[in-house]
Every structure is written in structure tokens, then in C-alpha cells.
Design a protein around this ligand. Structure first.
Ligand SMILES: Cc1cc2nc3c(=O)[nH]c(=O)nc-3n(C[C@H](O)[C@H](O)[C@H](O)COP(=O)(O)O)c2cc1C
Length: 181
């Protein structure tokens, strides 16, 4: 079945490791007939949540009208959300954290966003997979809270410089993730 997949990236490196995996995933997902809408959060203007709880009061998801409001309708409409990002300081990069925080507006705004599929693609420099816990655990717990089903995770340690991903099976695993959606 063809699905609507929203991919949200968090790296500012266009030639970087998580982008390479993102590209591999998107190519495979499109080949399977899915529709993919991609948002590169680091190239957009997206701030954090103000917790004002005036969500949708202006007609848009967030009263603070930045580029998050371009992503919000796509998330509401999606069958699956795929987050892709590197690890920054054992955590989620600020560039994509703003998007994740502001999914709050969809909840406060009363949008039914339950029942979606969710997947994660991430990577880090260190050779220890647990370094990615600071990305993996918040995504898994947020998905559980939102009643999204985690369908797959690609966690690639040991990649620092752009291109290092080619020395791993990261892109192959990211492409295979498309089979799980
Ligand atoms: C600001 C910053 C913080 C980082 N923090 C970590 C870290 O805590 N642990 C780690 O293993 N790698 C860390 N890294 C390395 C990146 O996760 C790694 O280079 C990754 O491959 C970058 O992915 P990208 O090419 O998709 O941007 C950090 C990189 C930057 C720029």
C-alpha cells in the first residue's frame, strides 16, 4: 500500500552521514511507491515551543508563525514520520528539537495524530551504540505517548566526517528501512 511518509532531517551538513542515509531511505521508499515529503529542519527557520498553548488559535498550528507551520500539516496528514539526525552532545540536535517540541501544538490543538508509523535514522562519532540513547530513547518514548508505532531504527556508530558512512552498512540499512513501512 502506498503511504504518505514525512521525513524530517536534523543535520546542517548536506553532504553528511545522516543525509546520505536519508537519501538512501527516500530512494528506496519512492521505489516502493510511497509518497515522500522531506523537510530539512536545519535549513529552515524553526524555534522552540513557547508553551503559550494558543495552538491553532490563529488558524495555523503555532501562533509563532515560522517554518514549523509548513511541517505541521504534513505531519497531521502523514501515515509515517521518519526522523533522521546525528547525535549532538549525546542528544538531539537543536535544529530538529524545535520541530519535535512543537509537535506539542498538534496535541494541544486537538489534532488526532495517533496511529502513525515512526522510524529513526541516526549516527554518531563514537564507537558505542549507547551514545545514540539520547536520541533513540526520547524518540521512542514520544512515539509511544503519541501512539505511533516504531517500525524501525538505523543506529550507526563510528562515523565522524562526511563520507564515513560509506565505510559502514548505514545506507544499506536505511534503504532496508523502507521495507518496514
Ligand atoms: C555539535 C556537535 C556535537 C557532537 N556530539 C557528539 C557526541 O556527543 N557523540 C558522538 O559520538 N558524536 C558527536 N558528534 C559527531 C557527529 O554525531 C558525527 O560527526 C555525525 O556523523 C554527524 O552526522 P552528519 O554528517 O549527518 O551531520 C557531534 C558533532 C557536532 C557537530
Amino acid at each position: 500500500m502506498s503511504k504518505k511518509i514525512v521525513v524530517i532531517t536534523g543535520s546542517p551538513r548536506k553532504n553528511g552521514n545522516s543525509f546520505a542515509m536519508t537519501d538512501a531511505f527516500i530512494k528506496a521508499a519512492k521505489a516502493k511507491g510511497h509518497t515522500v515529503t522531506r523537510f530539512d529542519a536545519a535549513m529552515m527557520k524553526i524555534n522552540g515551543c513557547h508553551a503559550c498553548e494558543t495552538c491553532y488559535k490563529t488558524g495555523k498550528a503555532c501562533s509563532f508563525d515560522d517554518d514549523f507551520n509548513l511541517i505541521a500539516p504534513a505531519i497531521v496528514d502523514a501515515d509515517a514520520i521518519v526522523f533522521t539526525m546525528p547525535v549532538y552532545w549525546y542528544s538531539i540536535p537543536a535544529q530538529i528539537k524545535g520541530v519535535i517540541d512543537r509537535i506539542y501544538s498538534l496535541v494541544i490543538g486537538g489534532k488526532d495524530i495517533t496511529g502513525k508509523e515512526c522510524a529513526l535514522i541516526t549516527c554518531c562519532e563514537e564507537d558505542d551504540t549507547s551514545v545514540m540513547d539520547g536520541v533513540r530513547i526520547p524518540i521512542e518514548r514520544s512515539a509511544a505517548l503519541l501512539k505511533w508505532k516504531m517500525v524501525g531504527e538505523v543506529l550507526i556508530p563510528g562515523v565522524l566526517n562526511a563520507g564515513d558512512i560509506d565505510k559502514t552498512d548505514g545506507c544499506k540499512k536505511a534503504a532496508a528501512l523502507a521495507d518496514l513501512i
